[in-house]
Design a protein around this ligand. Structure first.
Ligand code: TRP
Length: 329
């Protein structure tokens, strides 16, 4: 079985954008691949080190979000980044092979730095793509299912691995070169029509939202602003709700757009149809979530067990790496 590694920063609850962009894919892939899910708490510190109280909650939020959408703890390995010493060690070794300039020019770093309002970047933040390469390679992952914004990091990772193997492999492959697996679903827009659904943008529907909250949030979604009365013909091409219908109500999408164009359906009914669909999708997640929230000790055990397994694999990788680098005695 080929191995997959992916995961999330543990900075808070996951939303529908995460679901469409990556969680859905993870659930689908878990039967075909040996799946590793990282709870990236060290990476969370790169932006949240001044709020350590958020990190512990974030770990449980991310774990429960992943479990509630159907990742099966008997099949996948869910582990905590900070518990894997191989990740810390590999980060240091890899950091020798990466220029500061290449990190400065990384488009995702640039976007995020702007988003967080960072001027002079911390060493840890600037270098997190290097640490992410360690996340991926400590277990020799083959594939990394991620959203498009992560591509520059995977590319950097591939470069590091090639350089490493060239330098120390003596013709052998020491570290596997990972490949990105990009979700074919387009990125989900925010409720406000913003190009990205995001935690800090206040425009997200969370997987943990109740039925009523989903309904209220959908109600607030931005539609075609030129459509004032039900009798006006609408333009689904500029309507947020239509994009959600495409993502969550695929079978009816064309039909609903047609009805909107002909003023055969009003925004209120259209939104009601959508919240029903979203609630139908989330309902089974709610049941699983309730189970894990009541059995939080079980979640902890899953993470501890996963981390043990990951450490065994990681320690072996570090041994091989040190051997190849001749930094052993
Ligand atoms: N940077 C990723 C994100 O923000 C999270 C992440 C951390 C990750 N380590 C990873 C993703 C390793 C894939 C592989 O979504």
């Amino acid at each position: 079985m080929k191995r997959i590694l992916t995961g999330d920063r543990t900075t808070g609850k996951l939303h529908l954008g995460h679901y469409v962009g990556s969680l859905q894919n993870r659930v689908r892939l878990q039967d075909e691949y040996d799946t590793f899910i990282i709870l990236a708490d060290v990476q969370a510190l790169t932006t949240h080190f001044e709020k350590p109280e958020l990190i512990n909650k974030g770990i449980y939020d991310a774990a429960i979000d992943n479990l509630s959408v159907g990742l099966d703890p008997d099949k996948v390995t869910i582990f905590l980044q900070s518990k894997i010493s191989a990740i810390a060690e590999l980060t240091i070794f890899y950091s020798m092979m990466v220029s500061v300039n290449s990190l400065r020019h990384n488009p995702t770093i640039k976007t995020e730095a702007k988003q967080y309002g960072y001027g002079d970047l911390s060493y840890g933040f600037l270098g997190y793509p290097v640490s992410q390469t360690a996340d991926i390679t400590f277990c020799n992952a083959d594939l990394v299912p991620v959203g498009e914004d992560q591509l520059p990091h995977i590319e950097l990772g591939r470069k590091i691995v090639r350089r490493f193997n060239d330098l120390y492999g003596n013709g052998r492959i020491i570290i596997n070169e990972p490949e990105a697996l990009i979700s074919d679903t387009p990125r989900l827009v925010g409720l406000d029509g913003n190009a990205k659904m995001g935690k800090s943008l206040n425009n997200a529907i969370y997987l943990s939202d109740s039925k009523e909250i989903v309904k209220a949030k959908v109600k607030s979604a931005v539609t075609d602003k030129n459509r004032i009365s039900v009798k006006d013909k609408g333009n689904p091409d500029i309507c947020t709700v239509s994009k959600y219908h495409k993502a969550f109500n695929g079978g009816d999408y064309e039909n609903i757009c047609e009805m909107c164009r002909n003023a055969d359906i009003g925004c209120v009914s259209c939104k009601n149809l959508l919240s029903e669909k979203i609630n139908l999708l989330i309902e089974p997640f709610r049941e699983k979530r309730a189970y894990y929230e009541e059995n939080i000790e079980k979640v902890r055990e899953i993470i501890i067990e996963g981390s043990k397994k990951a450490n065994i694999i990681g320690n072996k990788t570090v041994e091989n790496v040190k051997n190849a680098m001749s930094i052993d005695i």
